[in-house]
Design a protein around this ligand. Structure first.
Ligand SMILES: NC(=O)c1ccc[n+]([C@@H]2O[C@H](COP(=O)([O-])OP(=O)(O)OC[C@H]3O[C@@H](n4cnc5c(N)ncnc54)[C@H](O)[C@@H]3O)[C@@H](O)[C@H]2O)c1
Length: 449
């Protein structure tokens, strides 16, 4: 995915060796919850010396990068199965993985273990101990549920759903995964990034007091468009050009801006109780742009009374900004790129982290995952991932409807966007108008729950 500079910088292939990362991250205290030593020793960990089999579900840009990062994170590991909706995507991914991994025996995908289509995911997961899930997020709840029900350790990308029924499903599967001592890492990589961890540590030490307000941003030029081809069915077209359809993507407030909303939740230490906002599409409004907005501005209110202003925009040649800024009773914290800066209200510097040589958080995610599996630990990122996804969903509900959306009410929603059990003969979940455009949400009219 061609994201803005800040996203594309580090989600690719890791250039550093595992040894360097282990060295660089020796003192790293991840967001991961690891069981205390006593419990670890008491557990029989069948994964200690085992060759870990990995399957990837969704072989696009991120799935490919995550496989390479997983293979570099552990010595005794192999990629055994791949699944994608489309054969060409899977083939390209395998070529790119082999290009990066050279002659490594870790890439060991028997041709019969390359699965294509809507039922490919389950077949690939059945062959693995650890699954990497990087499809468009509309499929995330059903894939994660299958992984949790079948005893798989998981790395899965954000967001974790596109609708509220999906969130409830992910929360239930997260409980099951935790109860079964499965490790689940979610690709909200700021939780594995030194600058954010350092800032959070300062906040824990009460350096800027209680956060009362903040501004979080994902303003960029936007992402790719995959144009319609004459031979494609409507369903295939939407699957290929998935970013622009809510049953697959959830709109860019979920798809990208979740990173910054998640930082707000993490730093404030709560999830929002309500959201209200406005948005629309002014620039990116062609037939190939499906049904999503190109800008959203949302005000989130938290139980403590903190109010966070969130803005995300996909419009070329406008101000680019991907960062977070929060105001506390004693000072401010600013996080951007690899940096974290805390200042007092007089402008005095309280703390500074400039992390241009920090380890790549996309790589650290996998090092932490495999270390935890080996040690018999349990990382449980899915609940926070689901709640941060839900925060973005109430933001979308607010901008689409123009109404105040309360978290508790929204959690009851039965409005499901992403169907289970699709096949290539299924009608596409949304249909174009006669002129080839799609229905665009209209504040004041659109029903969101
Ligand atoms: N953490 C990050 O910074 C970051 C960065 C980029 C992407 N991502 C996330 O990764 C996910 C994928 O993004 P991407 O950029 O790789 O997109 P992509 O289009 O390059 O890849 C998605 C792949 O999933 C496949 N797919 C679709 N439905 C499927 C199904 N039902 N079963 C199996 N395969 C299916 C597609 O054919 C495609 O090959 C998204 O959720 C995105 O938000 C996260």
């Amino acid at each position: 995915m061609k994201n803005s500079k800040a996203d594309s910088k580090s989600n690719g292939h890791n250039q550093n060796s595992r040894r360097n990362f282990v060295k660089n991250t020796a003192l790293f205290t991840g967001a991961a919850m690891v069981l205390p030593n006593l419990q670890i020793n008491a557990m029989v960990n069948v994964f200690n010396d085992k060759k870990l089999k990995v399957a990837v579900i969704g072989c696009g840009g991120r799935g490919t990068g995550a496989v390479i990062q997983a293979l570099k994170a552990d010595e005794n590991i192999e990629l055994v199965a791949m699944a994608d909706a489309f054969e060409d995507r899977l083939a390209t991914s395998l070529i790119n993985i082999k290009k990066e991994m050279g002659e490594s025996k870790k890439v060991n995908v028997n041709p019969k273990n390359k699965f294509v289509g809507f039922d490919a995911a389950q077949k690939a997961m059945d062959l693995a101990d650890v699954v990497i899930i990087a499809t468009p997020p509309g499929f995330r709840p059903q894939h994660f549920e299958y992984a949790a029900n079948n005893g798989k350790h998981v790395f899965m990308e954000k967001p974790l759903a596109v609708d509220v029924p999906g969130i409830r499903r992910v929360l239930a599967a997260a409980e099951k995964a935790k109860a079964n001592k499965l490790n689940v890492v979610v690709g909200l990589q700021r939780h594995y990034q030194d600058s954010y961890l350092a800032a959070k540590e300062q906040l824990n030490q009460d350096k800027i007091g209680k956060i009362v307000s903040g501004q979080v941003y994902w303003n960029s030029g936007g992402v790719w468009v995959r144009e319609r081809k004459p031979e494609q069915s409507e369903l295939e077209y939407q699957m290929r050009n998935w970013y622009y359809f809510n049953w697959l993507c959830g709109d860019h407030i979920l798809e990208q801006h979740i990173h910054n909303i998640d930082v707000a939740n993490w730093f404030v230490g709560e999830y929002p109780i309500s959201a209200q906002g406005m948005g629309g599409r002014q620039v990116r409004n062609g037939k190939d742009h499906g049904e999503i907005f190109d800008h959203h501005f949302v005000e989130y209110t938290y139980p403590s009374g903190a109010v966070i202003a969130s803005q995300c925009r996909h419009q070329p040649d406008t101000m680019n900004k991907v960062s977070e800024f929060f105001q506390g009773t004693k000072g401010t914290v600013s996080t951007f790129g690899d940096n974290a800066i805390l200042r007092g209200w007089e402008g005095n510097l309280i703390f500074e982290h400039r992390g241009k040589d920090d380890p790549n958080p996309y790589q650290v995610e996998h090092i932490k995952l495999f270390e935890s599996i080996r040690k018999g630990g349990v990382i449980s990122d899915a609940e926070n991932g689901a709640k941060s996804t839900m925060s973005a969903i109430i933001g979308r509900m607010a901008t689409y409807s123009g109404k105040v959306i309360k978290w508790e009410e929204a959690m009851q929603s039965e409005l499901s966007l992403a169907p289970d059990n699709l096949n290539w003969d299924s009608p596409a979940p949304v249909q174009p108008n006669a002129d080839g455009t799609y229905e665009i949400p209209t504040p004041g009219k659109t029903v969101v729950m």
